[in-house]
Design a protein around this ligand. Structure first.
Ligand code: NAD
Length: 317
């Protein structure tokens, strides 16, 4: 199958590309490398270093003619969204409108869209939170990711495009940026490996649904054939707080580590974990990697990277 993955040089997108290549699909990647890295793109995929808004993007659709468009490109930071909600909406809302419109115009069969279960519901009234819970985002990022969902559903009604919308929990795993503001597992591993104290935002009792990236890849593989015209929470169905993450990372990295408390984050949700029964029914999917296992795999990957990085050399390319 010919699959176009937007954001395929980013953390999650690059793993999805790897999964598709492993199953023998032909994969092209569109990424402007704003947070992604060229080195993340697996060998065998063609990288087009362009912005989803650029004129060039249309030419790529016209020439590659993807059968499935997997849309992971996004402004992915909640913090950036609170500082610049207009830019956030341009990338995540308008950018998704552009991608689905091009997908339909150039004959794609299906769009797979990465939305955010951790932010679109806001603070849920019920936990685990099901897909039909009201949408009340606490951050511009949650608003723009949901706007993207509405464009996907519109394109389905207007042009008959098939789709699966995923609402992921908090993803973690190899290749997550440890210098970013999001991705507590990567940040803690990075700081512990450098012998620096970890900063715990607020009291550290905020709970999220932490999901290993390999489990996300399996959902994206299944969605090629299943999960038609539906919205699916993709998570573990369990909440874990930041102090528990700190302890799990500490034991994976091997050794006592220090932490300090910082201020709570604006726009952060206090407790959210996802009801994943629909994904089980529709895709036959469930998270398989435990938190301990996933954190151990992630820590091992970060250790390996450091072993090949000369001291003082930034890990970015
Ligand atoms: N990481 C999570 O926990 C999480 C949770 C829920 C949803 N998501 C969604 O999953 C997707 C991937 O997230 P991630 O954590 O891998 O983030 P990421 O920042 O690593 O990946 C996003 C990619 O999109 C690219 N990009 C950004 N703007 C672009 C543009 N205008 N044109 C072309 N490329 C552009 C970036 O360079 C990057 O490679 C995003 O859509 C995000 O909203 C992530």
């Amino acid at each position: 199958m010919r699959i176009l993955v937007t954001g395929g040089a980013g953390f999650i997108g690059s793993h999805v590309v790897e999964g598709y290549l492993a199953e023998g699909h032909e994969v092209a990647v569109i990424d402007n490398l704003s947070t992604g890295r060229r080195s993340n793109v697996p060998r065998g995929a063609t990288l087009f270093e362009v912005d989803i808004h650029a004129r060039e993007t249309e030419r790529i659709f016209a020439e590659f003619r993807p059968e499935v468009v997997n849309h992971h490109a996004a402004q992915s930071s909640v913090k950036v969204s609170t500082e610049d909600p207009v830019h956030d909406m341009e990338v995540n809302g308008a950018g998704t409108a552009r991608i689905v419109e091009l997908a339909a115009r150039y004959g794609a069969r299906k769009v797979i869209y990465a939305s955010s279960g951790g932010t679109v519901y806001g603070q849920p009234e019920t936990l685990p939170v099901p897909e039909d819970h009201p949408i009340r985002p606490l951050s511009p990022y949650g608003v723009s990711k949901y706007a993207g969902e509405l464009y996907v559903e519109w394109a389905s009604r207007a042009f008959g495009l098939d789709y699966t919308i995923f609402r992921y929990g908090n993803a973690y795993g190899p290749r997550q940026d440890p210098s970013g503001e999001a991705g507590v597992v990567a940040i803690f591993i990075g700081r512990m490996l450098r012998g620096q104290p970890c900063i715990i935002d607020g009291d550290g009792l905020q709970q999220k649904d932490y999901l290993y990236v390999g489990d996300i890849v399996r959902a994206n593989l299944l969605a090629l054939e299943r999960g038609s015209r539906t919205v699916l929470n993709i998570g573990t169905g369990r909440g874990t707080n930041v102090l528990e993450i700190f302890r799990a990372v500490e034991s994976a990295v091997g050794g006592p580590a220090a932490f300090e408390h910082g201020p709570p984050r604006p726009g952060d949700v206090r407790a959210v974990w996802l009801d994943v029964r629909r994904a089980e029914e529709v895709l036959g999917w469930r998270a398989e990697v435990s938190l301990e296992e996933g954190i151990a795999l992630t820590a091992a990957w970060f250790r390996e990277q450091r072993a090949f990085t000369p001291p003082g050399t930034a890990p970015r390319d």
